[in-house]
Design a protein around this ligand. Sequence first.
Ligand SMILES: [Zn+2]
Length: 75
Amino acid sequence: MKYLLLLLLVVYVLWRWRAGQAARTAPPHQAQSVQPEPIAVVACAHCKVHIPLSHAVCVGAQYFCSAAHREAAGA
Ligand SMILES: [Zn+2]
């Protein structure tokens, strides 16, 4: 019985030691988050609201937030 307890103790210690080794060798979590791509932003020539370039109404070198503001600006 004494040896059985000793064997269980040794198995437990080895199990804990191996778990600690695995935790140390595991790759760390990626601390850096994936940065989103920057979005080009332009200001509306009429109301100065900043909007993504992909949503802007472009007339020549001027950008507008909507067709209504493009018409209001006379472009
Ligand atoms: Zn506007």
